[in-house]
Each structure stands twice: as structure tokens, then as C-alpha cells.
Design a protein. Sequence first.
Lengths: 529, 198
Amino acid sequence: MNAVVEEHHDHDHKPTGIGRWLFSTNHKDIGSMYLWFAFTMFFIGGALALLIRAELFQPGMQIVEPEFFNQLTTLHGLIMVFGVIMPAFVGLANWQLPMMIGAPDMALPRMNNWSFWLLPAAFGLLLASLVMSIMGLGSAPNFGWTFYAPLSTTYGPDSTDYFIFSVHLMGISSVMGAINVIATIMNLRAPGMTYMKMPIFVWTWFITAYLLIAVMPVLAGVVTMMLTDRNFGTSFFDAAGGGDPVMFQHVFWFFGHPEVYIMILPAFGIVSSIVPTFSRKPLFGYSSMVYATASIAFLSFIVWAHHMFTVGMPVAGELFFMYSTMLIAIPTGVKVFNWISTMWRGALTFETPMLFAIAFIFLFTMGGFTGLMLCIAPADFQYHDTYFVVAHFHYVLVTGAAFSIMAAVYFWLPKWTGNMYDEKLGKLHFWLTCISANVLFFPMHFVGLAGMPRRIPDYALQFAEFNQIASVGAFVFGFSQLIFLYVVIKCVRGGEKATDKVWEGAHGLEFDLPSPAPFHSYTTPPVVK
Amino acid sequence: MSVQTEKQTTDNPKIIGKLLLVVVAMFGFGFALVPLYDVFCDITGLNGKTGDKVHFETAPIVDESRLVKITFLASLNESMPWEFKPQQNFIEVHPGKPTTINYIARNMSSKSIVGNAVPSVSPGLAAAYFQKTECFCFTRQELKAGEEKIMPVTFIVDSELSDDINEIALSYTFFISKQNNEDLADNTLTAKSINTFK
């Protein structure tokens, strides 16, 4: 078999037509589908965000009913978290992991297909509720992406059951994706690639996959409890039956906090791949990066109640969750300083991926600092449920996670397509995105500190100017992403041919493969020294 | 490739099996958090959840030297058509001394309604020292249309109560029982549901 495969190394037996995508077991095709899915959801979730920002452009009710506004914030959050950031990272993992560890494909290709195709079903269900709401057939989920009981149980609209099954499907999809990642990394590494020689992106995904396996089932559990509370007479979250709504928050955030690291650890891996390439230096402190990632993952399990300081916790509890949360700043600081040390005295160039990576380091750190402010329990009573929180998590998720995904796409797109992207348009996209994101999210700090509550369609007059600035930023940000779409399509269709190495300072097994990468990555494992 | 294929066939099922086990365990853990949460609140007395009915083997020691003010609160969940209030707003008691006070509930509607009262003690840390020997919250309460009922609570404040706490609020919220539409004569069900509402 070896001989045959090697002879036909570049002879890609691609299935054709729609079957190629429906029945695909190829990590690259599935990766592309994940990324396009995320991209589509990004525009849908973004459109909802623009409606929110349009409504908030001035005080008073303008465009949407308050009930519909609640549905907008809920679906915007759910789509961006579960439909954009997570699938995009899984797509990147699909594309990159086999190439980076010298494997022909993912370890479980058929399960890979299933994990992906559950997602359109899940989001079909979720978006169906929105379509029905627009058609006037009842409300879409309207309780915020955190779906706190009893808002989502006793008071949830009928479509909550759509939402519950949608989350079940997403959970199954993520868990299968995670199992696949772990099996691939443990079994298919090229000879000589020990764990401590793995590229850092592989490491961060390895740890992320364990987080997914640990907490997605808890999410499935909590929505199952909601389902039985709503339909089968149980009282998990109903005080009338001996349950406790506060327990919902504990179980939800036991999932929810590791979840936010699921959305940022792969981003750390991406930035740790890009910064050394464009600094033309190896990554500073590789092993400390690995240990820092593992520490963050561990700490993520013992900090969840910092999301609920105001529910009435005893002082001892608040102090515990406050200090354990502060601890996270240490491994995160290690990472930030390592990236800066990697750039120190490097021969830096500023191609689009590097620009996004540097913006990530700077802006994610800002999001981290506001996180530190929020973790101070006594201060959190002022910040809780205000726009300050909204500013904080958009800094870590948009200028953090989303910027890293954009950086990754620019970084690896030439390898995927064999063509260089349009650098001029890429830079234009970067500057518009980076500036508008700050115009959009920075004023939210101020209105939040001044007391503007989140998830409210109307606000007091004194917040008007900052909200207008934010809305202008939002529209520039939103439409700038069309440039991104154009750059990607243009690059897929043609352009200047990329070299195998793509970037002058590139390292790693994926850059030893030809560009575009062959349909099956490493049919013969490379030897890593 | 042959090396990888061999490894794959031997190792993949093992890894998948182990990981699936973790998935199932974590799904179970989510549900285990429910009783764990109650146990945790029980032990620490956080959350203001009060304990079960207390029996004293010997008469508790009465601490005549101190007085603790107990405030009584009453509320109804959602649109429960009852009137519900304590007969007195507060009482000052010596720790260790059994005290009985009354709540009054009246069904304002034209049909019979079953309710459950859920007690809560504030500050939460006092919950463990607030012991009820008799309470209308131990059982479901059924009020016929227009019926009024006096509902007594007998409690003892443990003399071990920290000196820092001089005031305790006892609050009851009445909920419409989920079993309202079910057969009230079904004793096994009644016993089971009462058990849940301790």
C-alpha cells in the first residue's frame, strides 16, 4: 500500500459535486466547511448586533419592540459564541492539526463529518425560532445567552424547547470534535514529535479539547434539567418544588467559565504561531507557554462564581472566587510577556496576520485588565450587569478571539489556497476593523461605569453621545468585514502564487508541504528531530 | 503510513472509550451538582436554607442574658390569590426558648388551592441556628375557597448563635403547589411531595 500511495502522492482522489461536501471525511474539506459556516454565522450574528446598535443609537424606542430586542441580544450572543468562535476554531484545528503533526488526516474522519453536519441542524433549529418570531408566531429565546432560570423555565417562550435541542446538538458536535482532536494528537504525531515538541497551536487545542469534554456535558445536563422542568414537572430550578434558581447559575457557570477559555486558548496558540514567524525568532519560553495554558485550564474550573457575586454569597465565598480569579492573571501575564519577549529585537515585519496578532496582544490584555477589575468582588457590585461587562467580554472575544481567527485565516490562507491574499486590502481590513472595534467597544466602558445596564433597549439621556459613537463604530466594523469576505474569495479564486514556505520566517511541518496543501496531508510521516 | 495505521487501530478505540467515559461522567456530574449543592448549603448554612424539623432530647439551655430580634416576612409567589401575613411583625426572644408565632393565610379565590411555603432565613449564616420544631412549611397547605387558616410556627434560636447576630429575618414565600391538579387523596404522592418541600 505504501508504494501505491507514495506514487500517487499528489493524485488527489477528490469526490465531486455536492457529495464531496456531504459525505466528506477529509480534514481540509471539513475544516473549510466549519470556517465557511462560522463566517456565515458571523454575518447573521453581526446583523443582529447592528440592529441592536441601531436601536441604541439614541434613547427611546426607535426600531424594534423591547421584546424583540431581548431576542436580538439572546440570539446574537448564542450565535457568536456557539456558531462563530467555536466552529471557527474547530475549522482551524481541522485544517492545521494534521498538517502540523505530520498526519494524513484526522484520526476519526467519519465522526468528523458528523460533528460538522450536526451544526447546521442545531443552528437551523435556533434560527427557526427567530424566523417564527419575525413571522409573528411567538417569541424566539429572549432570556439572554446565559438563559438564567426561571426566565428560561417558568417564563421562557415556547421556542425555548427549540433552543434546548439546539444546544444539545451543539454539545454533541463539540464533544465529538474534541474527542477527534485528542485522538489525532495522541495517535497520529509524526515519529520523533514528543509532546514537548508539538507546535503551540496543537498544545492549546489539546488542552481546549479536554476542557470541551469536561464541560460540554455539564451544559447538556443543565439544558436537560431545563427541559424536564419545563415539560415533565421536575423542580430543579423551581423554589415551589424545592429547587433553587440560584443553583442554575452555579451549574451554568461551572460550564460557562471553562467555556470562555475554550474560546481563547486556541487564540493563544494562533498568536504564538504568528508572532515568532514575523519576528523571525523562535517563540520565547515555549515550555512556560504550555504550562501557562494548562494552568489557565485548571483554574477555569474553580472560578465560576465570579459571574454571580451579587446573588448573595457569603464573604468567604466571594473572597475565594475573587482570589482564584486574580490568580489567572499570572499564567496569562506569562503568555503576554512571552509574546513581547519573542518580538524583542526580532526582525519584525508587519504583514496583515502580524498586525492582527499584535492588536490581539494589546487589546486582549486590555480586556484582561477590565476582567481583573470585575473580579474584585466589592467593585463588581457596581459593574455587574452594566455595559462595563459588555465592554470587557467584547474586548476579549472580538478583539481577542475573533481577531486571532482573522489573523489565522490571513496567516494560513496562502497555504490552504496556494495563492497570496491581497495584502493591500488585508491591511485596509485590519485598520478599519481595529479602529472601528475600539470606537465600538471603548465607550461602553464609560457608559457602563456610569451605570448603563446591559440588555436594555432604552437608556437615560446622559448616555446618548457614547452610545452614538459606539453605534457608528459598530456599522463601520460590520461593513468592514465585507472586505474580509472579498479578500478571502479573491484569494481562493486566484492571485500571486504562494511559495511552499509562504512566509520568510515560517516554521513548522505545514510549511514543508506544497502550497496549496495536498488533499491528504502527510501520507508518509515526516521525521521530527 | 503503515505505522500510523497500526497505531490507529489499536489506540483509537481505547482513547475514544476513555473519553466517552469522561463525557458520561461529566454529564452525571452536572446532575450530581444538584444534591451536592443542597448538601453544601446544609452543612454550611449558606443560602439561608433552614433545616428539617428538630427534636430535642433534653430541654435546650435558655440564655436569659441576651435577646434576639426575629422579624417575620411573608410573600406570595407570582399571582397566587391568597392573603398571607404574620400576626406580628417581630418578636424578641431569648436564645434556647421555644417560641410560637402565627401566620394567617386566606384563600381569596373561588376555588380550593394547595400551596407550599418555602422558608428562608437571613442572614444565611444564622440559618443553621434557627430551628423549627413545628411549622406549616413542613406540609402542604390546602385552603378551600375563601377559607382562612392560622398557621403556627414553633422555633428555637440555638444559644450557640454567634454574638455578632442580634437580628434574624424569617421569610416565607407561598408557592402554588405543582400537585394542585393531582389527586390529593393519593397519600404516597403527598408524602413524597412533602418530603421535597422540607
